[in-house]
Design a protein around this ligand. Structure first.
Ligand code: OSB
Ligand code: MG
Length: 368
């Protein structure tokens, strides 16, 4: 494989409903789409999953654009490699910036799968064509609003409900959710809103029988999480600090948590996701696919990677219509009434792109 051209598109897409986490509220997304073209004129598409501001991680739309344009694309263009699995190696010299790298890397996997005539999920080594879907519900303006959203998603068939929490939206909210829905598979994601000084409060969440407590402590921490996990019954799930297979290995060794939310972008693409998945599977650590409010392209990549054997819990990969008035892929991602998604059988990501819509939403583009 030899990539000859990389084209970036920044698209602006309003969310159907705002999404609030402990680090802020988002009303509309600015998403970078990556199109790679090889020396035979074949194409692949990827998405950079960073946010509009560095609230979740250091990366954001503006930094990722500049990093791809000035640093990463020159490392990849014109270089011959055996397969998409070698693309990450070309960019290794540049530290961090994994979401930017992932935009290019996942696009190359799409391109390669298309050339081989294989659905991406099979090309990645997936085994479960049908994946289980959960939802992530942000912080709301009121508890009744939250309860109404949970009711809607449970009725739609989703396999588990994740709610976002913060020190101003936690114990009392969980108590009301549990009063209304005593038996649903429920979990909470704090996006690093607590410290070990809050241990008594975090311990008190044990009474809610949560499937897991996601990323309660600092975004770069795996030490305090180990201390916390030793003190609480609820399994800790790590998100933000697991940026590579090496990070996963260390977190498992330290017993920093019992579950990992695995995001393609956060670890730098499909090749690294496969490595994290393998380490976790060998260590009996369940993984599930996280989400970053992706457009259809990122969503399609998430579906493909979720078919790997180690992804044993419902992920945050849900229907397009929960986020977008109109998604940029066709068909849109839909979820069955049993809360499942079938990976498509068409080559590559397996969805058509709505090019007219992408053009309409594009606020800048560049060819490298
Ligand atoms: O922590 O998993 C997270 C969205 C943006 C940033 C961080 C996170 C999330 C989500 C949303 O929880 C998952 C989704 O795309 O539905
Ligand atoms: Mg999270």
């Amino acid at each position: 494989m030899k990539i000859e051209q990389i084209k970036l598109f920044e698209i602006k897409m309003p969310l159907v409903h705002f999404f609030e986490t402990s680090f802020g509220r988002t009303y509309e997304r600015n998403i970078i789409l990556v199109r790679v073209t090889d020396s035979d004129g074949a194409e692949g598409w990827g998405e950079v999953t960073c946010g509009e501001s560095p609230g979740y991680s250091e990366e954001w739309t503006g930094s990722a654009w500049a990093t791809i344009d000035k640093i990463l694309a020159p490392l990849v263009l014109g270089r011959e490699v055996d397969s998409a699995g070698d693309i990450a190696g070309l960019m290794k010299w540049a530290r961090g910036n994994r979401m930017a790298k992932s935009g290019i890397e996942t696009a190359c996997w799409d391109l390669e799968a298309k050339k081989l005539g294989l659905p991406l999920w099979r090309h990645l080594g997936g085994v479960n064509r049908t994946i289980e879907s959960g939802v992530s519900i942000g912080i709301q303006d009121s508890v009744p609003a939250l309860l109404a959203l949970i009711e809607r998603e449970v009725s739609a068939g989703y396999k588990r409900i994740k709610i976002k929490i913060s020190p101003r939206w936690d114990y009392d909210v969980l108590e009301e959710v549990r009063r209304e829905f005593p038996d649903i598979p429920l979990m909470a994601d704090a996006n690093s809103a607590y410290t070990l000084a809050d241990i008594d409060k975090l311990k008190s969440f044990d009474e809610f029988g949560l499937m897991m407590l996601e990323q309660p402590l600092a975004y770069d921490d795996i030490i305090d999480h180990a201390k916390l996990q030793a003190e609480i019954e609820t399994p800790v799930c790590l998100d933000e600090p697991i940026k590579s297979a090496e990070d996963a290995r260390k977190a498992i060794e330290l017993a920093s948590g019992r579950i990992i939310n695995l995001k393609n972008g956060r670890v730098g693409g499909h090749t690294e996701s496969k490595k994290v998945e393998a380490i976790c599977r060998e260590s009996n650590i369940p993984v599930w696919c996280g989400g970053m409010l992706e457009s259809g392209i990122g969503r399609a990549h998430n579906i493909a990677i979720s078919t790997l054997a180690g992804y044993t819990m419902p992920g945050d990969v849900s229907a397009s219509k929960r986020y977008w008035h109109e998604d940029i892929i066709s068909p849109e991602v839909s979820v069955s009434e049993n809360g499942t998604i079938d990976a498509p059988d068409a080559p590559g990501i397996g969805f058509e792109l709505n090019h007219a819509l992408i053009q309409k939403l594009t606020i800048r583009n560049t060819v490298i």
